[in-house]
Design a protein around this ligand. Structure first.
Ligand SMILES: [Zn+2]
Length: 139
């Protein structure tokens, strides 16, 4: 894989390319199995984080495409795909649930922080929620 730092995501993603948009806090690539599906990994403390070592990109945690037909599961480490084991249905449900809880907690927490910011009128930039960032990206 190669990586590309972009502002906006291109309309058509190239194969074997990891697109990183720091401004929109999002990483996209085409599923590594070759099924052609585009995989969106938002960057946030509750979701994915990206590491750039000056030459290559790593994503954490792994990419589990259980919503896609291929159900592929792999890691992107130093611009390379490392295939993980196939997940059983039970494992997928378990991860989905824990993932959902982590996200819910994160968004509730950030909503609280945002309210606090509005009250204190301290940091107007922080008031922009994750979802409004998402919406601006999809425009
Ligand atoms: Zn796939």
């Amino acid at each position: 894989m190669k990586h590309e730092f972009v502002e906006h995501m291109p309309e058509k993603l190239e194969d074997d390319t990891i697109y990183v948009s720091i401004s929109f806090e999002i990483v996209m690539h085409k599923c590594a199995c070759g099924c052609g599906n585009e995989v969106v990994t938002p960057l946030s403390p509750a979701e994915w984080s990206v590491t750039f070592d000056g030459e290559t990109i790593s994503l954490y945690p792994s990419i589990g495409n259980w919503s896609l037909a291929c159900k592929s599961h792999y890691w992107i480490r130093k611009n390379k795909i490392e295939w993980s084991t196939q997940w059983s249905k039970e494992e997928i449900e378990e991860v989905k649930n824990s993932d959902f809880i982590a996200k819910k907690e994160y968004y509730e927490k950030s909503a609280e922080e945002q309210n606090k910011d509005i009250l204190d009128e301290v940091s107007p930039v922080k008031n922009k929620s994750i979802w409004s960032k998402f919406r601006s990206w999809f425009k």
